[in-house]
Design a protein around this ligand. Structure first.
Ligand code: SIN
Ligand code: CO
Length: 382
């Protein structure tokens, strides 16, 4: 298993002084690094329909971006381009291992592992991300410059590339295999490859209130909730026809606020919203007929079930006492006696018979587990 080594500082120190605050280079965060995927395998993924990938390069001094799937890469030559592949942890169990050393951040904050392969001179240009990212340098060397947060102008260098103006670096360094560059959202950065190189970016998404409110509105519409109208019985006589007075403003605010004050509903929204995936999953199709409940239990006694890479499963403290969990955007309720089973299911990438044994007493849970396996969400390694 990959082990994160923070060398000069503890995890507590990192969280207190850097996380969400300032960028930092963690030298040899991964000792004896070996790439978790080869450039050829990465290129192969970029040829797949379901995988999100893009090529970034410059032509006649103009930035260009092309989206996959690609058929071949020969026409790009041997310098000045980067191939970026999104959510590789969904497609490669080896790459999914890179999420584990970052388990000090909960999974609901995780976005994906994005990998780039670049040839000398390649880079995606100076830009600002809305993510916390740990850029883990794989094979090869890369020169990174990171600027301070500030009022940086952003502009479309190409329809698909939001760049930022040149910036003064507060970090200006070369990363070697095993080094990690942590960058919080908002800090401009630019990486240029010095030699053929791979970068493994573990990104953590931070949602805006606007994103979440839009998700909440979708949730309420889907579930046909919060349809009751704002009511104003015993309204006093109004004198200014054009006015929304303070009492009315307070009423409007309270009506909206009542949605946010409903903790059980909001917990339900949070669970389903954050367990949705933006990228396709590698659903593990079965070679044979669908499993029966009895077959699943028998197989589980022999080997653990593995969750397919990137599948998001959460419980929320507010509702877990009822045995509620959220898997891939859907809500499941297994009852209060199965709270521990729900926690085990969501907290672990692998489920052994011993760990989930209590949960198997619940016929609904075994049936659901069987359905998940038949649907490819969990699988047996062989
Ligand atoms: C890259 O790996 O090429 C880009 C990573 C980033 O700047 O976020
Ligand atoms: Co970036």
């Amino acid at each position: 298993m990959l082990k994160l080594d923070l060398a000069d500082f503890s995890l507590e120190h990192f969280m207190a002084h850097y996380w969400q605050q300032k960028p930092v280079v963690i030298r040899q965060g991964f000792k004896l690094w070996e790439d978790l995927i080869s450039p050829n395998e990465l290129a192969g993924l970029a040829c797949e329909e379901e995988v999100v990938s893009r090529m970034v390069y410059k032509q006649d001094d103009q930035w260009q971006a092309e989206f996959g799937p690609f058929e071949s890469f020969e026409r790009f030559g041997d310098s000045g381009w980067t191939l970026v592949v999104q959510a590789v942890n969904h497609w490669s169990p080896e790459v999914a291992e890179l999420v584990k050393p970052f388990a000090f951040i909960p999974k609901w904050r995780l976005d994906d592992v994005m990998i780039s392969y670049a040839v000398p001179g390649g880079g995606v240009g100076p830009h600002i991300d809305l993510y916390d990212v740990f850029i883990c340098q794989g094979s090869g060397r890369r020169h990174w410059r990171v600027g301070d947060v500030g009022n940086h102008r952003q502009f479309a260098a190409h329809a698909a590339l939001l760049h930022t103006d040149p910036f003064e670096p507060i970090i200006d360094t070369e990363l070697l295999p095993g080094d990690i560059l942590y960058i919080p959202p908002g800090f401009p950065h630019d990486g240029v490859t010095l030699e053929e190189s791979m970068s493994f970016s573990v990104g953590f998404r931070a949602k805006s209130a606007c994103d979440m409110l839009s998700g909440l509105a979708d949730y309420l519409i889907d579930k046909d909730l919060a349809q009751h109208l704002l009511a104003d019985p015993h309204r006093p006589i109004h004198t200014h026809q054009g006015q929304i007075n303070s009492a009315d403003f307070a009423r409007i605010k309270a009506h909206l606020q009542s949605i946010l004050d409903n903790d059980a509903r909001l917990a339900d929204f949070a669970g389903s919203y954050f367990s949705k995936n933006k990228c396709a999953l590698d659903l593990q199709t079965l070679d044979d007929e669908p499993l029966t409940v009895a077959e699943l239990t028998k197989l589980l006694k022999r080997q653990p079930l593995v969750r397919t890479g990137g599948l998001r499963c959460f419980y929320v403290d507010e509702t877990v006492a009822q045995g509620v969990c959220y898997v891939d955007g859907e809500r499941y309720v297994f009852g209060p006696e199965f709270k521990d089973a729900v926690i085990t299911l969501c907290d672990n990438d692998e489920l052994s018979f011993a760990a989930i044994k209590g949960g198997l007493q619940n016929p609904d849970l075994v049936r659901q587990l069987t359905e998940w396996v038949n649907g490819g969400f969990w699988y047996f390694r062989d």
